[in-house]
Design a protein around this ligand. Structure first.
Ligand code: MN
Length: 274
């Protein structure tokens, strides 16, 4: 077997010096789910992490940054303000998901989030982790892969963003309903393709992939010393409620290389259903 080719074009975040780092994804924040938002807002205030990585789909939908300047954007402004407040304390890294891929410079300015490309590498105490939302790895969902390719094109995005905001909001609702009925019709939801995940890791020179999107939190062994950690989605109204944070931390004794914990919910967060 030839040596893996390391893709030097990948962004590398240097986490040297951090001893506690949090990862979340798929909160699907929306005005109709206030309990989930309250839990996350309270988490943002309290987390002891020195850096937070949001790996996509923080928002249920994002139809363009101009929502922040529109009377209909109260909820989006509130979330961005809370992110900005937290970002003045710790760096918040942002990787867009399939729901909020239209977050742009306006969102980054309003939230203080540092925008990452998907995938990218995080270097933690001698471990290289590859971070992704995960949707680009679900190869068996051909229909979604074709859709993804279309909507990630600059020309498609320019044309979409040129439509009036109300029209985009209506379209997003329509697309969401279609995607929900499609998911109900599917016997099994697409999952991450293991060989593609291994290929990505080899290409990046990393051993651990961390991603969300599939809403199937688990740790998978990919063989060859490689693994894949899947984040949970959040839903405060589910039974039991889901508000899971994946935390990497080094204990006070400095015992390298750090340990991983899944906190559901993280300490200090009470989940009140609505
Ligand atoms: Mn997703």
């Amino acid at each position: 077997m030839s040596a893996p080719v390391v893709d030097t074009a990948l962004t590398v975040i240097n986490g040297q010096g951090w001893s506690c780092v949090d990862f979340v994804s798929d909160l699907h924040l929306q005005v109709s789910e206030p309990a989930t938002w309250r839990a996350f807002a309270s988490y943002l205030h309290q987390t002891p992490a020195q850096a937070l990585f949001v790996l996509g789909d923080l928002f249920e939908v994002w139809v363009g940054d101009d929502v922040l300047g529109d009377p209909s954007g109260d909820f989006e402004r509130e979330v961005c303000d809370a992110l900005a407040q937290a970002a003045s304390r710790i760096p918040i890294y942002w990787l867009a998901g399939n729901r909020d891929f239209l977050t742009g410079d306006g969102f980054a300015r309003a939230s203080g989030a540092r925008v990452l490309s998907d995938p990218c590498v995080l270097h933690l105490m001698g471990q290289d982790c590859l971070l992704s939302h995960g949707d680009a790895l679900c190869l068996s969902d051909h229909e979604y892969m074709a859709f993804r390719q279309q909507v990630r094109q600059a020309a498609w995005q320019q044309a979409f963003l040129a439509r009036p905001l109300v029209e985009r909001q209506a379209l997003a609702r329509q697309m969401r309903e279609q995607s929900q009925s499609r998911q109900q019709a599917m016997s099994e939801h697409a999952d991450v393709d293991a060989s593609q995940a291994r290929w990505w890791l080899q290409n990046a020179g990393a051993r651990r992939l961390i991603h969300g999107h599939t809403h199937r939190p688990a740790d998978h062994d990919l063989g060859g010393g490689m693994s894949r950690m899947v984040l949970s989605d959040w839903c405060a109204n589910a039974q039991p409620p889901r508000a899971q944070v994946l935390r990497w931390s080094v204990d006070a004794s400095g015992g390298a290389p750090g340990s991983w914990q899944r906190l559901n919910p993280p300490a200090g967060i009470t989940l009140k259903r609505t």
